[in-house]
Design a protein around this ligand. Structure first.
Ligand code: ATP
Length: 238
């Protein structure tokens, strides 16, 4: 089997005296959809951001595509194929849908911009209808779609998604996960951080459970969906 696309080896991260990640080990193979689930404050966003060195891992190593990126710049990581749709769907509020999408090409240049924008409009037809609308006037779900599409405009090898379901109505969450499923079927490698464990585990090939900065459990999405401890803690005990 080939080496993982992304690997965390005994990664420690601190905020001043507070340890946010403790000896984290995980890996994502090319073409997999992997999720990281855990409660508020478990360290999920910290883990995603540490891939870009913000915050920087104080111990252990983060390896991407066979290269140790622990001490590389965020620019290096982004221009080598890692794109993130950040928590809170941070789109550029005063820019139109098209302008936001163009911002997504910054790490790679504009050579494929027209073609890729068309691809995004096929994947998210709603964005096509609203291509000239300012992002701030769009619904939460539309802004989330835009944040994901913007990340995809850099043709990433690895797509990181931080809580795409946050604050959205159930029907919209369903639509977003349906689109992520289509994206996964195209072979995209996806690393998803979610509090919505039910949707995340159903979508994922594999998943990790994080508790106060440590990986507590891992398995296939199906295994974790059937695990009583996971059900009690993250799926309302049903
Ligand atoms: P949520 O789902 O609420 O976003 P999370 O699992 O993503 O939670 P993190 O945001 O990674 O968790 O936070 C992990 C821990 O690190 C928390 O205790 C948080 O208070 C702390 N933390 C996060 N960012 C900082 C920071 N910039 N400075 C100090 N502590 C921080």
């Amino acid at each position: 089997m080939s080496a993982p696309l992304l690997e965390f080896k005994d990664v420690d991260v601190f905020y001043g005296p507070i340890q946010a990640l403790r000896k984290v080990n995980l890996h994502i193979n090319e073409g997999e959809t992997v999720s990281l689930i855990g409660a508020n404050g478990a360290g999920k966003s910290t883990l995603l951001m540490s891939i870009f060195g913000q915050p920087r891992a104080a111990g252990g190593a983060i390896v991407y595509g066979g290269t140790d990126i622990t001490h590389r710049s965020a620019h290096y990581v982004a221009s080598n194929g890692v794109a993130q749709s950040p928590e809170g769907r941070r789109v550029f509020p005063d820019m139109s849908v098209e302008e936001n999408l163009l911002m997504g090409t910054i790490p790679v240049g504009m050579d494929h911009a027209d073609e890729d924008m068309q691809r995004m409009f096929d994947l998210f037809p709603r964005l096509k209808e609203r291509r000239n609308q300012r992002a701030m006037t769009m619904s939460g779900g539309e802004q989330q779609m835009l944040a994901i599409a913007r990340a995809l405009m850099s043709r990433p090898k690895l797509l990181l998604l931080d809580e795409p379901s946050l604050g959205l109505a159930p029907i919209v969450v369903k639509q977003i996960f349906q689109t992520l499923k289509e994206l996964a079927q195209t072979g995209m490698t996806i690393f998803l951080v979610e509090q919505n464990a039910n949707h995340a585990l159903k979508l994922s090939d594999r998943a990790y459970v994080m508790v106060t900065g440590e990986i507590r459990m891992s398995g296939t999405g199906e295994e974790l969906l059937g695990n009583q401890e996971v059900r009690n803690a993250y799926l309302g005990g049903h």
